[in-house]
Design a protein around this ligand. Structure first.
Ligand code: NAP
Length: 478
């Protein structure tokens, strides 16, 4: 920092390296974290930068090339001012109102909680300085992100304001800094922008709750059947099964249900469109919300399926399994008899594993295709082929894998401990229903009607008998 401290203006850089006169000047109020990072980027993008600070001569480290002045002088030297100060300290701006008249004020502030104040910070700022043109922008970027420059994941700058010219000026700066600009309308949208950084995985909430609920239900269900039943009925302590056996049952069960829940809303939506005879009526809110979290449901399902794979891979090295194998061999030797190879069992287990491997392979493909960097590189047709067609195939393989696991156990009453079906039987209900409904939708007459509806056809007069049901007509034709 310069040794010589002037009362109102401090240059923090040698004259030779300072900005040239033709450079556009931008002002930042506040030399804190965001002010510094933003200033650094502005300087790198060729702007002349002046800071307005309460204490121009003793403020913290400033990017080389910037000047620090009192708020008043700094405000006079630029037509655009970034207010990098917390809302709680905005009062000082009131005294600067005459100097800020006609200028563009960029409000970057955020709050600690939603609805902390009756009005948005940017609206409050506009009320304080009615003569300025307030634009809300840059608040969704962190100081860290600004310092590191725009990246794929953090390239968006949202802005809103009442003056189109002011928004244009801010948009130009954001674009020059390497960001994509999204105009969210007038200043009344400021609260929405201020709420953005306070969001906590909103789209993951429903899938997470569902996962926790299903996991807890199946854990206690299987605990009762596999551990408590054995203890009550035979006095056997099977509690060690909780760690691997139970986990390896709960995870695939929940995974399969979640995967089928990714596809169930699409099927329900299709039947709703067929019933209504139009695609132009809004779906109920619950269905909309459900459809919006399908990606998250799928990713959690994939994570649980991966755990199932890992747990399955360690089966051969488990003490319990090795003990059972050894005990079996010893008993054969003792009794001097050999178990014959059961070809049906060979087929059953191999098909069961094969279906599981194919299902998991496709599961991985679905997960990879949902990554933004991959999905952005796919055409709409490629994306829907993978997520829809291959998605149903994944569901089919995984469901079939579970049916093969069950084999003929469905028929024996001994498997219904305390009159309850095994977990894998319960978890087959939803995927089987989804696959059955999908099969119905694939029937040529149904598929034809649905395609027409999705291309914009509408059943105009549902009362008219002659036009009864498009579905019925198409079915008759066939
Ligand atoms: P900060 O590090 O605390 O800096 C705030 C600056 O405001 C101080 O350095 C100070 O600068 C000035 N200031 C403090 N008290 C003041 C007062 N009573 N009157 C006038 N000026 C005062 O905060 P920040 O992290 O840079 O955040 C600044 C604003 O950006 C906040 O509204 C925040 O919500 C928003 N924001 C921050 C981030 C982030 O990642 N940090 C991200 C998005 C939005 P001088 O000493 O130079 O006067």
């Amino acid at each position: 920092m310069s040794e010589e401290v002037k009362p109102e203006s401090v240059s923090l850089y040698s004259v030779s390296a300072a900005a040239t006169p033709e450079q556009e000047a931008v002002c930042i109020f506040g030399t804190g974290d965001l002010g510094r990072s933003l200033g650094q980027r502005l300087l790198q993008s060729g702007y002349r930068l002046v800071y307005g600070s309460r204490r121009p001569h003793i403020c913290g480290p400033i990017p080389p090339g910037a000047q620090v002045m009192s708020h008043e002088i700094a405000a006079r030297s630029a037509s655009l001012v970034f207010v990098c100060v917390h809302r709680e300290h905005y009062d000082f701006l009131e005294t600067l109102a005459p100097h800020l008249k006609g200028k563009v004020l960029v409000d970057v502030s955020n709050n600690l909680k939603k609805n902390m104040y009756p009005e948005a910070n940017a609206e409050f700022l506009q009320r304080l300085i009615p003569g300025a043109h307030v634009v809300k922008a840059f608040n969704t970027l962190s100081a860290w992100a600004l310092q590191n420059g725009p990246s794929d994941a953090n390239r968006q700058v949202y802005l809103c304001g009442n003056s189109p010219e002011a928004k244009q000026a801010v948009a130009e700066i954001a674009t020059k800094l390497g960001f994509n600009v999204q105009d969210r309308g007038s200043l009344s949208a400021a609260r929405e922008l201020e709420d953005f950084p306070l969001q906590l995985f909103p789209e993951w909430r429903l899938p997470m709750r569902l996962t926790i609920g299903l996991t807890a239900f199946f854990f206690f269900y299987l605990l009762a059947r596999d551990v408590i039943f054995a203890y009550v009925d035979q006095g056997k302590d099977n509690s060690f099964r909780i760690m691997v056996s139970l986990a390896n049952k709960v995870f695939p069960i929940v995974s399969l249900i979640l995967l089928s829940l990714c596809y169930l809303p699409g099927v329900i939506a299709a039947f709703l469109q067929l019933y209504r005879g139009t695609k132009y009526k809004r779906f109920p809110d619950w269905l909309d919300r459900w459809m919006l979290c399908r990606k998250q449901l799928g990713l959690i399902a994939l994570a649980l399926a991966s755990l199932h794979v890992l747990y399955t891979l360690i089966i051969p090295i488990r003490y319990y399994v090795r003990f059972r194998l050894a005990a079996n061999t010893i008993s054969q030797i003792k009794e001097n008899k050999t178990f014959v190879f059961d070809t049906t069992m060979g087929w059953r287990t191999d098909s069961y594993y094969s279906m599981g491997i194919l299902g998991f392979g496709l599961y991985l493909l679905l997960g990879i295709a949902s990554l933004p960097s991959v999905s952005n590189a796919l055409s709409w047709r490629e994306f829907s082929f993978i997520q829809s067609k291959l998605g149903y195939l994944t569901l089919f393989f995984c469901t079939f894998h579970t049916y093969l696991y069950g084999w003929d156990k469905f028929l024996f009453i001994s498997y219904y401990k305390w009159y309850t079906p095994p977990g894998y039987m319960l978890c087959l209900v939803v995927p089987s229903v989804v696959l059955l409904l999908k099969l119905l939708l694939l029937l040529p007459c149904v598929d034809k009607s649905l395609t027409r509806i999705r291309q914009g056809w509408e059943r105009t007069d549902p009362e008219d008998d002659s036009k009864k049901s498009l579905l019925a007509k198409d079915c008759q034709k066939l």
